[in-house]
Design a protein around this ligand. Structure first.
Ligand code: 5GP
Length: 236
């Protein structure tokens, strides 16, 4: 497979065309951003760790019946994925209250959310990814009603699979963000699943093992990602 021109350059990943129109190469960079790109740093090894982390999780999700765009790892920090038509929507599921939920609603941190919460956000950095609901999605034709139902169904199914996977490694899956796209008339999970886009706490100490370490200036960011990977049995 030949790597072609860059198609998109995100805050932490770049996407390249290939000589196969239906396949793309996703490059996980060391760039780490927070607060809609206001804080950006290079963290050594992060691209490589996230590439392997994402591959492991996407494979576990496929095995669990979630259709994803992931095809294969082709280098330390690159993977081949299917070329999806991405929806401009972020799907968030929360098992424990923290982050923007607490700021927005004034609810206490650390509450168990049973049943888990589901939220949609519009993917738009300039507008700081505002929260939206099903009606906005339909009115502005960001997705169909069937796609809304599918995104909810798949995002909750991901929760069932990953909550157990992480808990077996002594880690609580606090919350996470997923993005979906269209491919041959089907909705597939796209983007990535790594500690950049979820919150992971040690089950005993509640130590943060995710990008909140970067957002909050706690240090040891990539070291925490690697510790999670090791506990999951991912070869880095
Ligand atoms: P919150 O809404 O509390 O900021 O985030 C909820 C969850 O979704 C967290 O796990 C957070 O990492 C993830 N998340 C929300 N928006 C984004 C985003 O724009 N980029 C990334 N990487 N993760 C996000």
């Amino acid at each position: 497979m030949q790597k072609g021109e860059m198609l998109a350059n995100g805050k932490a990943k770049s996407v390249y065309k290939t000589d196969e129109p239906k396949k793309l190469i996703m490059h996980f960079r060391n760039d780490t951003s927070a607060f809609d790109g206001e804080k950006i740093e290079q963290l050594d090894r992060k691209g490589m760790v996230n590439n392997k982390f994402n591959a492991f999780i996407m494979q576990r999700l496929e095995e669990g019946g979630i259709p994803t765009h992931f095809e294969k790892v082709i280098s330390e920090d690159e993977s081949v994925v299917k070329n999806l038509d991405m929806l401009p929507i972020e799907c968030v599921v929360r098992n424990i209250s923290t982050g923007s939920l607490c700021k927005r609603l004034g609810v206490a941190e650390g509450l168990d959310l049973e049943p888990p919460l589901f939220e949609f956000f519009l993917k738009n950095d300039e507008l700081h990814d505002p929260m939206i609901n099903d009606f906005h999605i339909i009115s502005f034709k960001w997705a169909t009603q069937d796609e809304i139902e599918k995104m909810k169904e798949l995002t909750f199914k991901v929760n069932d699979i990953l909550k157990k996977l992480f808990l077996d490694a002594g880690i609580i899956l606090v919350d996470y963000k997923l993005e979906f796209g269209r491919y041959d008339g089907k909705l597939l999970l796209g983007d990535e699943f790594s500690p950049d886009g979820c919150r992971l706490w040690d089950v005993n100490t509640r130590e943060k093992l995710d990008k909140d370490r970067f957002r909050q200036g706690l240090g040891g960011v990539v070291e925490a990602y690697e510790a999670v990977a090791e506990r999951l049995g991912i070869a880095i």
